[in-house]
Structures are given as C-alpha cells and as structure tokens.
Design a protein around this ligand. Structure first.
Ligand code: G4P
Length: 544
C-alpha cells in the first residue's frame, strides 16, 4: 500500500463525496487515565452541544425523559442502562457520537473495541501528571489504527508541569508530532487563560463567571497587538510572547494530513471544570476531526458513502436485570442509510434479522429517531445470537477485521460453591465469553473451567455477575498457569500432532478454538522453539 493509499487518506478523499448526513457525522471517544477529567470533559461537551442544560444534570434529565420516551421505555423494561454508552450532540452543524470508554485502571478489551468503532479520539491529560500508564496503552491502540488524536491538557487551574515539558513528554513518550493549538497563560492560581494560536484570540478565564461560557474572548491581530498589553499584566504578556515565539520555532505548524494519518496531534490547554478550553476543543473537532472513515473487511474496504447498510458488533452489554437474558449488541454502521424495521443479514449464521426494535442514539429527541447513517451506533437487542465482531449487511458476505481478542494476562480456575450448579456455571461462562468480558477455557484433560482476563480486577466483577445474574455462587482460585495462546497451524495434520503432544496444556475456548495454556514463560518459549511451524497467538481476530 503506498502512503497515498492508506485507509485514512482514502477516507479523507472519500469524505468530499459523502452524502450530507454522513459527512456531518463525527464519531469519537475520549481516552485518558482515570481521574484526568474524562467525565468532566464529557459533561462539558454535552453542555456546549446543548444536549444537557446544566452540568451535573445528566441524571435529572434522564429521569424526566423516561416519563415520555419510548426509547427510555425499552431501556427500563429491559433494565439496561445504555444511555451513557453513546452520547449524541450537535454543534455547529455537526452530529457528534461520543462513545464512552470504560474507566478503570485495568486495561479492558472493552475499551479497545470501543476504539475500533470510532474515527478519532480526544486524549485528556492531567497537566500535573502528564502521560500516565493508561494513556499510553490507549494511545498505542489508537496508533495501531492510525487514529487521529486531539490532545486536551486539563486542570491548568492547578499547579501544573511546564507546558514545554508536557509537549516534550507527549512527543517523546508517544512518538507523535505535537503542535499547540492554544497556549496557556500562567497556571494554577495564576492561570489567566489561553492564547488561541489558530484564531489569534485571547481567551481569558473568568473564575466568577456564570453560564456555559464564562470566559471572555478578545480578538487580537497577532501577538504584537498592543491590546494584549492592555488586557494582561506586564509579566504575563512578556512571558506569553517569548513562549509562543519559542514554541512556534520548536513545533511544526498544524498539518491536517499529518493529523488525519495519526502522526500529529494538536494540543489544547484548558480546565474542564471551569468550562475553559472546551469551546476551542469543540471547534477543533468541528474543523479537523474526520467524517466516518472506511472500515476494513477481509473482502474489501467499506466506504461510508455506499448505499447498502453494513455494520459490525463491537460491544455487547448484558442485561442487568436477572429475569431477562437479553443483551444489547452495539453496532457501528460502516455504510448506508439504516431505517428501523429493516431486515439485515447476520453474516456468521446466514440468518435474516429484522431490526424491529433497534436502540437509536441519533437525535436529541431519541424517541423520534427512526434512522441512522454510517458513523452512527445502533443498539440491537437480542438473545445472545449476536457476537463481537459479527457483521450485519444487506446481503453481502463481509468479515470486518481489526477487532481482536487479547490473550489474558491473568488466569484462574473457577468452581461453583454448590457442585449441583456446575452446568449452570458452564452456561454463564459461555455467555460471558460471548459478551467479550472474559476468556473461558475448557482444558481437554479434567473438568475445571479456566477463566482468563486482561486485568485482575475483572475476576471480582465476574464473580459478582455470575452470582447475581445466573444465581451461581462461585469461587475463583489461583492456578499455576502463566498465559494462554491461540494455536494456529499450517494444516490440520500439524495441528493434531501438536495437540496430541501437548494434550495436558490444551484447552478449547468458548468458540471451540484450541488454546495452549503455558505454565510459565519457559514453557511457552519451549513450545515455540519445539514447534516452529505452529503459531502461538497473543491476539485472535474476532471477525464473525
Ligand atoms: P475521570 O472521568 O477521567 O476519572 O475524571 P473526572 O472527570 O471524574 O475528574 C476527576 C477529578 O478531577 C474530579 O474531582 C474532577 O472534579 C476533577 N477535575 C476535572 N477537571 C478538572 C479541572 O479542570 N480542574 C480541576 N482543578 N479539577 C478538575 P474529584 O474531587 O475526584 O471529584 P468531584 O468531587 O469534584 O466530582
């Protein structure tokens, strides 16, 4: 593939030809380390977009809507809370789909998969802490997909690191070019606001201000404008001129192509809690963030402007109500114009599914939303037949790629505390594995179930869910296992030979794919050396 022929570039080229409804859509996620301010920023974006009236009122408004909204009725009847998973708002003639990423320290596959369903990301960094472990991991996932990223350095109203140090850290740690879109004037108690380097404006923080946009915007004719001297204290204006001159010398100018290819990130400074910098960030999203991008499949790239509807399942949310077994499959539409009532082909099972009751996240008045376009997310209630990675199309056979499973880093044995419930445990585990929250392995030798997760915290969550949703109290126990690897062989005979020779270490995952359970790193290395034609895979594509 030549550099001009990447999906990102084709996406940008194709954007010009998109139907207007699709061209307006911006589907993105916010990535951050816990506590950096993702929730606060999300709320402020919704506030600026008019999707909520007052910050902090998300819940109250939800209750109010519940009274008269069909959509909410579906949610209530099924006992599923999907409201916060996808948030839609409009700003400056753009429809934004903001996808929530789960927010705890354990890196979860769920987060990865949400990132497969967005076209760009906003990375929030705590100005005092800089790049933290979670930011780095999530960033790497974005990089794998050449995803355009806008950076928001938050909490400038607190004592922060030097902005030059922060920019340098982003550049060095994440290996991406940085270009500041705004420049902070002071920090902490002395934080006065930012100079908007794109619009040549001074945006001043008004700490006592009320309303959505409490700050003052002063237009300037560049940094030499004498108005700056009148508006800022002497020390601040001198420092600002000096720093901006320096940063302009050090950092390249904003280059949209480089941003779209995921090689450059524009950086905004702000304070989400003070609504500061949020408007500029939104304008950055409006101006630069990509419209729905092409989606890769094993067969061909799917262009968002195509007429026929296609989409893939990237997340399954189980019903929290133990009386129901329903789940919602979140489908990212890759192409076409979706309408409620459509019949789509579920490619993996080759069955037709009527979309009678899709949960649509399209408009502000959700009950009126009957249609959706490429870039949007629809929720499809189902009884477990839709799996992560599955494709829905108007007939074509497509297998969306790039939605992997990760080899678990933590493995434990799980047993029902009441042996009579063993069968129920099997069902619960299979369903949870289909939902994508854990890997479940059935060793060929013995009767135990082995559960694998990416973050250790997930064991507790699983035990709780198995007990409350399936009525099976369970105990997780440590096992002497290091990791699991999917086994891939050049042919059936080689696979059989490997399995026979390693029977004690072979298990099947919930789909029946063979897995090698390594006792320790040496065991894994040894198997690799002894069986050079066998691939032991740490990730597995989930194309359904
Ligand atoms: P997260 O979703 O990334 O985990 O972060 P969240 O928005 O919950 O923010 C974490 C904490 O940081 C919260 O404080 C929040 O109020 C605070 N915060 C967010 N943005 C800013 C900012 O721009 N400046 C300052 N000074 N603080 C900010 P908390 O004490 O944990 O919670 P709360 O009691 O304030 O809700």
């Amino acid at each position: 593939m030549s550099p001009d022929d990447t999906l990102a570039t084709r996406g940008a080229n194709a954007a010009a030809k998109l139907p207007p409804h699709v061209a307006r859509r911006r589907t993105f996620a916010i990535i951050s380390h816990p506590d950096a301010g993702k929730t606060t920023l999300t709320e402020k974006l919704l506030l600026f977009g008019g999707a909520i009236q007052l910050a902090g009122a998300v819940k109250a408004r939800g209750e109010q809507r519940r009274a008269h909204s069909d959509w909410m009725k579906v949610e209530r009847e099924r006992g599923i809370s999907v409201t916060a998973s996808v948030m839609t708002f409009e700003y400056d003639d753009r429809y934004f789909n903001l996808l929530d990423t789960p927010g705890h320290e354990d890196f979860s596959e769920d987060t990865y998969r949400v990132l497969t369903a967005v076209d760009s990301a906003v990375m929030v960094i705590d100005a005092a802490r800089g790049i933290q472990s979670q930011t780095r991991k999530l960033f790497e996932v974005c990089r794998l997909r050449d995803m355009p990223i806008i950076t928001f350095i938050n909490k400038m109203d607190r004592e922060a690191q030097d902005p030059f140090v922060l920019l340098d850290e982003i550049e060095q740690t994440l290996q991406i070019e940085v270009t500041p879109a705004s420049w902070p004037i002071g920090m902490g108690q002395r934080f006065l606001g930012c100079y908007d380097l794109i619009g040549d404006r001074l945006v001043l923080l008004d700490r006592k201000g009320r309303g959505v946009k409490p700050h003052r915007v002063e237009e300037c004719r560049g940094l030499d404008d004498p108005r700056l001297d009148a508006l800022l204290p002497d020390y601040a204006v001198a420092e600002l001129r000096e720093q901006v001159e320096m940063v302009r010398g050090l950092c390249p100018a904003f280059d949209r192509e480089a941003y779209l290819a995921g090689n450059m990130t524009p950086v905004y400074f702000g304070s989400a809690i003070n609504n500061f910098g949020v408007g500029e960030l939104l304008e950055g999203l409006v101006g630069h963030a990509p419209a729905p991008r092409p989606q890769p499949t094993a067969e061909r790239p799917i262009m968002p402007g195509e007429d026929k509807v296609s989409g893939f399942v990237f997340k399954i949310q189980a019903n929290m109500d133990p009386k129901h077994r329903d789940r919602i499959a979140f489908v990212r539409l890759a192409s076409g114009h979706f309408r409620r009532g459509m019949k789509l082909r579920h490619v993996r099972t080759d069955k037709t599914m009527a979309m009678h009751n899709p949960v649509l996240f399209l408009a502000r008045d959700r009950e009126l939303a009957e249609e959706a376009w490429a870039g949007d997310i629809i929720g499809v209630p189902n009884h477990g037949n839709l799996h992560i990675g599955d494709a829905l199309t108007e007939g074509e056979t497509l297998h969306f790629t790039g939605i992997p499973s990760f080899a678990p880093e933590h493995l434990q044995r799980v047993r029902p505390t009441d042996p009579m419930r063993a069968k129920h445990l099997g069902r619960a585990l299979t369903q949870l594995a289909e939902e994508g929250v854990a890997r479940v392995f059935r060793p060929r030798v013995g009767t135990d179930w082995i559960v694998g997760v990416v973050g250790a915290l997930q064991f507790e969550v699983l035990a709780d869910r198995i007990r409350t949703e399936y009525d099976v109290p369970v105990a997780f126990e440590p096992v002497a296992l290091h990791t699991a690897r999917w086994v891939s062989a050049p042919d059936e005979a080689a696979l059989k030979k490997f399995i026979k020779a390693n029977e004690g270490a072979i298990a099947d995952d919930h789909r029946g794919d063979p897995v090698f359970l390594a006792r320790n790193a040496w065991h894994l290395d040894r198997a690799g050396e002894d069986w050079p034609d066998i691939k032991l895979l740490a990730t597995m594509e989930q194309a359904g």
